[in-house]
Design a protein around this ligand. Structure first.
Ligand code: PLP
Length: 411
């Protein structure tokens, strides 16, 4: 994690960490790394080691006192570059990367909340975050209070003296609805409660929640930040004191969910092209959203930068572009969605998002299929059984539009 240590001193002398003076893309490529610190390798080396050797007991003690650079569960030079770079891009003091986005959520909640504490969440969240808050956390005596944060005044009754954190996504998975980061943060802070935002759908290229008053940002690095669909990862970014706690408790002994250094390397490679990719994802998604909105078989479309989106003004305030995620429904409903997906010839039917490849999925079909193995699987609040989620990739937009049009024509 960032903050202190011999390595940070090296970074400051190396000439590549003048954070404020360089633009976003320059920092996405160079921040916290200089070839002179790593045998002149231009790309970050992947340190495959489980532990670190010391020249004396005294040196070993000194490393332990710096926060445990003794063992690769809690420290690796490759992942540390990624942590410093992501923290810088989000405007955070410090960062922590872990093995998946769900590991980031577990690390966050299990480090900051204890039995008897309360967590306020928006009523719609990524499905496995819902499983964690509905089934996981109550087993440990943490009370979860779901509210509709599209009206931030709902926080006034939801927050009690036991509330430790307010948590939400924006844009919200899978609805692509928008929550107002600054309005929610102001209300929570007025009651002394911290705010954590899952900004996975936007990435720091389009939205930086800390600039709008949030305290902590969570990312599934599996999605846009890596962007190539070939590894998993998660990140937490925020103030140095909180991140120290997440590192020292959450990663070290609660989850132990360390990111593999090779994954950190892949994610840094993806990060170098993040804003180029987000430009293309956003432009193509807007064109597709407009086409779908005008199509007679389509009953509704949710895309944050569409004029018809109820959160458009807030989206334009806190995001620079709309990203590549959209949701829509067909007049032919549940059956129509299944039929349409089966007729796609180019888009891939898959549940992830944020990749070069366009991915499309129908949550209601997956939920029904899961009920055979998990009786309590249910649709997420606010998600209808007609909803189709589309993660627009980097293919030629005309090919994507053509694929959707030919599939819709079969209805
Ligand atoms: N947050 C959001 C908004 C997601 O969409 C996902 C995964 O789909 C996660 C968190 C979890 O991330 P991971 O799959 O890397 O565990």
């Amino acid at each position: 994690m960032t903050g202190g240590g011999e390595h940070d001193k090296c970074q400051k002398q190396s000439g590549h960490s003048h954070a404020a003076s360089f633009g976003f893309d320059t920092r996405a490529i160079h921040h916290a790394f200089s070839p002179v610190d790593f045998k002149r390798a231009v790309q970050p080396p992947v340190f495959l080691t489980s532990t670190y050797g010391f020249e004396s007991v005294e040196a070993n003690d000194a490393a332990a006192a710096l926060g445990g650079r003794l063992y690769a569960r809690e420290y690796n030079p490759t992942t540390e570059i990624l942590e410093q770079r992501l923290a810088n891009l989000e405007g955070a003091e410090a960062g922590l990367v872990v093995s998946t986005g769900m590991a980031a959520f577990g690390t966050l909640i299990l480090s900051l909340l204890s039995q008897g504490d309360e967590l306020v969440v928006h009523k719609t969240l990524y499905s496995n975050t819902v499983a964690m808050v509905e089934q996981g956390l109550p087993r440990f005596g943490i009370k979860v209070v779901p509210v509709d944060l599209s009206d931030p005044s709902n926080l006034d009754t939801a927050i009690t003296e036991k509330t430790k954190l307010v948590y939400f996504e924006t844009p919200v998975n899978p609805l692509s609805s928008i929550l107002d980061i600054s309005a929610i943060s102001e209300r929570a802070h007025a009651r002394g409660v911290k705010v954590a935002v899952d900004s996975t759908f936007a990435s720091p290229a389009l939205q930086r929640p800390i600039e709008h008053g949030a305290d902590i940002v969570l990312h599934s690095l599996t999605k846009y930040i890596n962007g190539h669909g070939d590894t998993l990862g998660g990140a937490l970014l925020g103030d140095a004191e909180t991140l120290h706690r997440l590192h020292e408790t959450g990663l070290r002994y609660i989850t132990g969910a360390t990111l593999a250094p090779h994954s950190a390397f892949l994610i840094m490679r993806g990060l170098k092209t993040l804003s180029l990719r987000m430009d293309r994802h956003s432009a193509s998604a807007l064109a597709i959203a407009r086409m779908l909105e005008a199509h007679p078989a389509v009953s509704w479309v949710s895309y944050p930068f569409l004029e018809s989106h109820p959160g458009q003004a807030i989206a334009r305030k806190q995001m620079t572009q709309g990203s590549g995620m959209l949701a829509f429904g067909l007049h032919a409903g549940f059956a129509g969605a299944r039929n349409m997906l089966d007729h796609l010839q180019l888009m891939t039917r898959a549940v992830s998002l944020g990749d070069t490849d366009t991915l499309i999925y129908h949550p209601a079909s997956i939920t029904r299929a899961r009920q055979s193995i998990r009786k309590d699987a249910h649709m997420i609040s606010g998600v209808g059984d007609d909803l189709i989620r589309l993660s627009v990739g980097l293919e030629d937009v005309d090919d994507l539009i053509g694929d959707l049009q030919q599939a819709l024509a079969t209805l």
